[in-house]
Design a protein around this ligand. Structure first.
Ligand code: ZN
Length: 301
């Protein structure tokens, strides 16, 4: 059984607090690990969360503010120290190439890993694998910022009672799946569409078309809610979202599990984010993230 889950490494915006590390999130998706926005301290948070350097296949950075990228220096050196045997691909805004270069070469170390640079400079697909398509969407923040989305291809779910009604059994089930038809019976007659799962990572941004496009129909949405609703003017000014704004996006997009994170240090009570998200009309599963939490991608419907 393949594992699809989010491992929360850190949840603080701007500066870490006593209870929250800078941002950092690992998505386990089948055999792959995708690290999003490694802020300062990510290397140690990985250790605490049971994430090894070998678990990383891809790194996605939304933008080059420190709470989303300072951890690159440590993580990159660690994968090299541990001699990770597979290729690792890094995505980040091309406009921040100079920041990426500095973080990658922040100090001296021995390079042992094939680290591929795949910068982003437009909306669209970045990678296609058998289990997902990764795409980027431009967000709205004072520095160029991109959100990321994984979409699993749709598959087909075989329907045992329909197979039985057509007398299809044993190796013939594999044949009709492979060939699309068997003895005049089309595959569609004995199966139904199994919708691919969808995940998105949205951070940092004010409301803009990219936010909605990334969130659309997500099984699991990780989205920043830096501010509470009473500070909406501040959020707009600094290019962030409030709890209520994030929740309304998720509600309108039909998100099944909403993860709020990237909290400003100005607030003490995380439950207020939940109250405001509920007040905004989001009724599905909701997590106000805390460090080292694991959030499974919801089971298929
Ligand atoms: Zn941030």
């Amino acid at each position: 059984m393949s594992v699809r889950e989010l491992v929360v490494l850190g949840t603080a915006s701007q500066v870490p607090t006593r209870h929250r590390n800078h941002n950092g999130y690992l998505l386990r998706w089948d055999g792959e690990g995708i690290l999003f926005d490694p802020g300062e301290g990510t290397q140690r948070q990985m250790l605490r969360a049971g994430v090894a350097a070998h678990d990383l296949n891809r790194i996605c950075v939304t933008h080059f503010h420190g709470d989303h990228s300072l951890g690159l220096a440590g993580v990159i050196q660690r994968v090299n120290l541990d001699r990770v045997p597979h290729e690792i691909t890094a995505h980040y805004p091309r406009s921040g190439q100079r920041f990426y270069d500095r973080l990658r070469h922040a100090t001296a170390y021995r390079e042992t890993v094939a680290l591929t640079e795949a910068p982003v400079d437009a909306d669209g697909p970045l990678a296609v694998t058998p289990s997902y398509t990764l795409e980027a969407r431009r967000l709205s923040h004072p520095v160029e910022s991109y959100g990321y989305r994984l979409t699993e291809p749709d598959g087909r779910r075989m329907l045992p009672e329909r197979l039985a009604a057509h007398g299809i059994q044993g190796p013939d089930v594999g044949r009709i799946q492979r060939d699309g038809a068997l003895g005049g019976v089309p595959l569609e007659a004995v199966s139904e569409v199994r919708r691919g799962q969808r995940f998105a990572f949205v951070m940092d941004t004010r409301l803009c078309p990219g936010v909605h496009a990334l969130a659309e129909g997500c099984d699991l949405l990780v989205i920043e809610s830096t501010f509470l609703d009473e500070d909406e003017a501040l959020a707009e000014e600094h290019g962030h979202l409030t709890a209520g704004q994030a929740a309304r996006v998720a509600r309108d997009a039909g998100v099944r599990h909403l993860v709020l994170t990237h909290f400003s240090q100005r607030y003490g009570d995380p439950e207020e984010f939940e109250r405001q998200a509920r007040a905004a009309g989001f009724e599905a599963e909701l997590t106000v993230a805390h460090d080292l939490q694991r959030v499974p991608v919801p089971k298929r419907r």
